[in-house]
Design a protein around this ligand. Sequence first.
Ligand SMILES: *[C@@H]1O[C@H](CO)[C@@H](O)[C@H](O)[C@H]1NC(C)=O
Ligand SMILES: *[C@@H]1O[C@H](CO)[C@@H](O)[C@H](O)[C@H]1NC(C)=O
Ligand SMILES: *[C@@H]1O[C@H](CO)[C@@H](O)[C@H](O)[C@H]1NC(C)=O
Ligand SMILES: *[C@@H]1O[C@H](CO)[C@@H](O)[C@H](O)[C@H]1NC(C)=O
Length: 375
Amino acid sequence: MKPIISSFFALSLLSSLATSSLSAHAHQCHFPAIFNFGDSNSDTGGLSAAFGQAGPPHGASFFGLPAGRYCDGRLVIDFIAESLGLPYLSPFLDSVGSNFSHGANFATAGSPIRALNTTLRQSGFSPFSLDVQLVQFYNFHNRSQTVRSRGGIYTTMLPEADSFSQALYTFDIGQNDLTAGYFANKTVEQVGTEVPELISQFKKAVTNVYKQGGRYFWIHNTGPIGCLAYVIEWFPIKASDFDPHGCASPLNHLAQRFNHALKQAVIELRASLPKAAITYVDVYSVKYELFVHAQGHGFKRSLVSCCGHGGKYNYNRNIGCGKKVIVKGKEMYIGKPCDEPDKAVVWDGVHFTQAANKFIFDKIATRLSMACHRQ
Ligand SMILES: *[C@@H]1O[C@H](CO)[C@@H](O)[C@H](O)[C@H]1NC(C)=O
Ligand SMILES: *[C@@H]1O[C@H](CO)[C@@H](O)[C@H](O)[C@H]1NC(C)=O
Ligand SMILES: *[C@@H]1O[C@H](CO)[C@@H](O)[C@H](O)[C@H]1NC(C)=O
Ligand SMILES: *[C@@H]1O[C@H](CO)[C@@H](O)[C@H](O)[C@H]1NC(C)=O
């Protein structure tokens, strides 16, 4: 009898502990603002503000005109903002019509984690690397409060001081560090050896935000770059290096190597930042699933771009979607989109369509309302 009673007691104690910790954690999170860092996967107009607009037909499916996004419509970060009841994020770099009352977006297309020593024109990568985005965030944090204290309209356009500690800090960056190395003729193995340094810089960025009062972090891993036309088409890839779904395995393995290290870094950050709630979001798996079972998820084309020009993947790196070219003395935009952008996974050989972004968001969304809780 005795052992049974005591184990029963232990069980009920355990279950009451579980219930109390559940109820303490059950409330939905409220985020008054989002501060986002990243690359084109989450750029809502930063690169366009700095270097010129991404031309039509970008934005056509939703905004009706180019909206600074490399997409026919909304990005995952837009769906995140919508679901939290917040306005779409204004790019920090856009000085026209921006409203930062509920956050700011520091991401620009082509941004790497690592600081580059080349300009956009030399390398095609953005000079707004993660460390620069952090400098911009610090400036924003500091100056927004100085300016807000002037009162009037500034109080409606800049975040309250408390928003910085209650905000969701979102990150989606790393893809350009992997591709930049590959495009610079390094082997996949060589680029892989750079991963620890990239991850170390990433950890510094998160720690920096934490030191400025940030508490809630939402970190996307990097996608299956080996399924994207701009990567597949760069160098000839051996037939034996393609997986059964047409993706280049060595490049996907590189992305997975990065993700493995990123996941480990998140575990270390949870230990070193005691008040932080950090959610590691596996967008790789969702994106790969979409490529592999595109039809099962209602899509008609997976690897072949919707907007582009020629070749096996309707992609030509010299004539990209939305690029302005002179044809017979007349300026025109290249890239008539496919008939059904909502049935395509890839928009322009590099980025996902709005329909794909919605699919990705739906798969990760359930954790959003819990992202303020430490795990
Ligand atoms: C840029 O130059 C600095 C100083 O020479 C160097 O430490 C750094 O590794 C370089 N960055 C890249 C991406 O080459
Ligand atoms: C902004 O920076 C100045 C010094 O550069 C500092 O005195 C001030 O406290 C900072 N303000 C905030 C809100 O961080
Ligand atoms: C900025 O956006 C907020 C929230 O949408 C709104 O309440 C405020 O009026 C806007 N400010 C201006 C100047 O448009
Ligand atoms: C990479 O290699 C190709 C072919 O050998 C060469 O044309 C190109 O200039 C190289 N690129 C870089 C960045 O070294």
